[in-house]
Each structure stands twice: as C-alpha cells, then as structure tokens.
Design a binder for this molecule. Structure first.
Ligand SMILES: [Zn+2]
Length: 139
C-alpha cells in the first residue's frame, strides 16, 4: 500500500533478520527491551483481525522461533509475544505485525510502544546481525 512504512521497509534489505513469502523480521526501531523485534506481514493487512488465519499461524511460528533465539543469545528470562489491534490498543502502524519482546529479571515491564529511545542505525544492524547469526546456527 502506498505510503505504508511496513510495505516499503521490506524492500530495504538493510536490517532484515529473516524473510519468506508471508512475513519478515526486523529489530524494532524503538525497542522496549534488548532484542525487541517485529514479525511483519509481507502483504498489507491493517491489523490481525483482517489477516487470513494461515498467515497469522505462520507468523506466530516465526515469532516463536525468534523468541527462542532471543532467550538463547540475549539471555532473556521471559518473552512477551503479541499484537496490538487499533490505536486505542497502542497500534502505531496500521499494517499487521507481531511484537516479540524479550524480558529480563529485574527490569520494568513497559508496554508503551513508540516512546522508547530510538536505536542508532548501527545498533539496528548489530541486533539484526546477532539474531541472524544465531538463527543460522540453530537450523
Ligand atoms: Zn503496509
């Protein structure tokens, strides 16, 4: 869809951790925690409620894979996996995506999206490289 950041982001190879026909994975630019990533639908659906079930199912499998990788490489002690539907729920970009948010013992459990420190381009690349490398080793 023209003007949609998640439709155009998938064409910029840079920080893409994983991509297939249904979804792609990138670091969140405003991470709530170390290793916060997004699993984003390749096709434009405004939110989970308008996304076909087979696409949702596939994307949650990918979310699980990268949650496990995050626990392994970033030593997270827990993970939140979820999606926001609608502005009132905190959805900032109206293109279906799943948040994978690693959690760490002793850290505050923030759920406020888009208000966190923006990652520097090199920090984005670094996290993409770490998770990509760990995914390659785990297969
Ligand atoms: Zn889109």
């Amino acid at each position: 869809m023209a003007g949609c950041i998640f439709c155009s982001l998938q064409k910029s190879e840079g920080d893409i951790i994983y991509k297939d026909d249904w979804c792609y994975v990138v670091p969140d630019r405003y991470p709530i925690s170390r290793g916060h990533i997004l699993v984003i639908a390749v096709d434009h659906y405004s939110d989970m409620l308008s996304t076909p079930e087979d696409v949702i199912g596939h994307m949650f499998i990918i979310a699980k894979r990268y949650a496990k990788i995050n626990v392994a490489v970033n030593e997270a002690t827990g993970v939140n996996i979820g999606t926001n539907v609608g502005k009132s729920a905190g959805q900032a970009i109206m293109h279906f995506h799943i948040h994978v948010i690693p959690r760490y013992d002793g850290q505050e459990r923030i759920f406020d999206f888009g208000k966190n420190k923006e990652l520097l381009p090199e920090e984005m690349k670094d996290m993409a490289r770490i998770l990509k490398g760990a995914a390659a080793k785990s297969q």
